[in-house]
Design a protein around this ligand. Structure first.
Ligand SMILES: [Fe+2]
Length: 435
């Protein structure tokens, strides 16, 4: 069996999913429908914290070098540049024989540091899958945030947050899963009070003089802390602690428009050549724009839709992709990327097949005789057949299924070839677990 199956079994054993629908009702009440900061004590068990620490260790060891732009390292309050990371950080990644805490102590000793890893959901599947499992009953109640979820890891003993008292982006609400071992203190101020009464400002570094007027939360290992975007805040972490945070990005209209335009540009210029454009010699008769014509002329999105309709279509697709990945933007590359292995009926026959819970698979009509399928933040098109619809419905309803039970009674004239096409695509996208 492949490594994802091993991990997913380990995840099922180690994570207990007490955060069910009822628990989130209690949470919504405690936070006044996500409008107030709140702390829930002892939510993660020791096993769960160990699991997350192991997953963090794996993330740091295997992904940070390739994704160095997602890393921010502060030493004694100063942001280190890329040269420092290549000279001092990457040569000393965990060696596989130590825990993450031992590695941090070996690497940083008594130095004050903050290691921030942004967009973990684009780096590997392990931590993101676990945290969206916790949050999915909540998202069923509140709906998907229009701009998706971001998952970050925050590690360090940096004292106060290096960038001072601040408010996060408008619409960004944060869930903080604290792994410890040391506690973290969070100080918050309601916006009107902070700005108008205390005359505070964004990125205030004179933190101590504001502390007596703050609300204080002590976040110890296993706690889940929540904070809406409306609060000014600063964290205080005197000794080494680790946490995983999930940011719900409701965002503002300009975020949405820029996300849609980015998506639209990717959809419009699918096969754009990578050649650079020549300089414009005569601005009164520019030539570079005409290079787009050939590309755009071939694209039905450009030819058959108004700009408004193309943007609306893009938004609908964007939401289906987001929904199929429980709010996360697609990032984890498909299995076997370059040369996917086509697995046969014989390969699936002796294995059990289930949807990669909690990620649902969606589909909708594409055009005459075709269906668009959305899985793990990606989409693909297949010939529309009852067999495919039935298989998707069965997968979403539960499982695990044997290959034959997944295919049985799916209607006249359906071909096994189509079933294999669907299963191979879903397996490549990690939308199903086959074990
Ligand atoms: Fe913040």
């Amino acid at each position: 069996m492949d490594t994802l199956s091993v991990k997913s079994n380990y995840m099922k054993r180690s994570l207990n999913y007490r955060l069910d629908s009822e628990w989130w009702d209690y949470f919504l009440e405690k936070t006044a429908d996500l409008r107030r900061p709140a702390i829930c004590k002892n939510v993660l068990s020791g096993d769960e914290r160990n699991w997350f620490e192991q997953a963090l260790l794996e993330l740091v060891s295997t992904r940070t070098r390739d994704d160095s732009q997602k890393l921010r390292l502060y030493i004694e309050g100063n942001l280190m540049n890329t040269g420092y990371l290549y000279d001092n950080f990457f040569p000393n990644l965990p060696d596989g024989r130590e825990s993450i805490l031992q590695w941090l102590q070996r690497t940083f000793g008594d130095v004050k540091f903050a290691l921030l890893i942004n967009n973990c959901e684009l780096m590997n599947d392990t931590i993101p899958t676990a945290v969206v499992r916790y949050l999915s009953p909540l998202l069923e109640k509140t709906g998907l945030p229009c701009n998706g979820l971001q998952i970050d890891a925050i590690i360090g003993n940096y004292g106060y947050t290096p960038f001072g008292i601040h408010r996060d982006n408008i619409g960004d609400a944060i869930f903080h899963f604290h792994l410890g071992p040391a506690p973290k203190h969070m100080y918050t101020w309601e916006t009107g009070y902070y700005l108008n009464t205390l005359h505070g400002r964004q990125n205030e570094q004179d933190i101590e003089s504001f502390i007596p007027f703050a609300n204080k939360f002590e976040i110890t290992e296993g706690d889940v802390y929540y904070m809406p975007w409306t609060e000014y805040h600063v964290g205080y972490t005197p000794e080494i602690s680790m946490s995983v945070t999930v940011t719900i990005q409701s965002g503002i209209k300009t975020n949405l428009v820029s996300n849609m335009l980015k998506q639209l540009s990717a959809d419009l210029l699918v096969s754009a050549d990578q050649g650079h454009l020549a300089s414009e010699k005569t601005p009164s008769s520019p030539r570079a724009f005409s290079r787009l014509d050939k590309e755009l002329d071939r694209n039905p999105l450009w030819n058959e839709y108004s700009f408004y309709d193309a943007l609306k279509l893009t938004y609908d697709k964007f939401l289906l992709k987001l929904g199929s990945n429980c709010g996360m933007h697609a990032g984890v590359s498909a299995r076997g990327d370059q040369n996917p292995i086509e697995r046969t009926g014989d390969w699936f026959k002796d294995r059990s097949i289930s949807v990669n819970d909690p990620f649902p698979i969606f589909w909708r009509e594409h055009s005459e005789g075709l269906m668009e399928i959305y899985a793990r933040g990606h989409d693909f098109v297949l010939a529309k057949e009852t067999l495919v619809e039935t298989m998707i419905r069965r997968l979403n309803d539960g499982g695990p299924y044997s290959y034959s039970s997944l295919l049985e009674n799916t209607g006249e004239g359906n071909s096994e070839k189509r079933a294999l096409e669907l299963l191979n695509r879903l397996y490549a996208l990690k939308a199903i677990v086959v074990e």
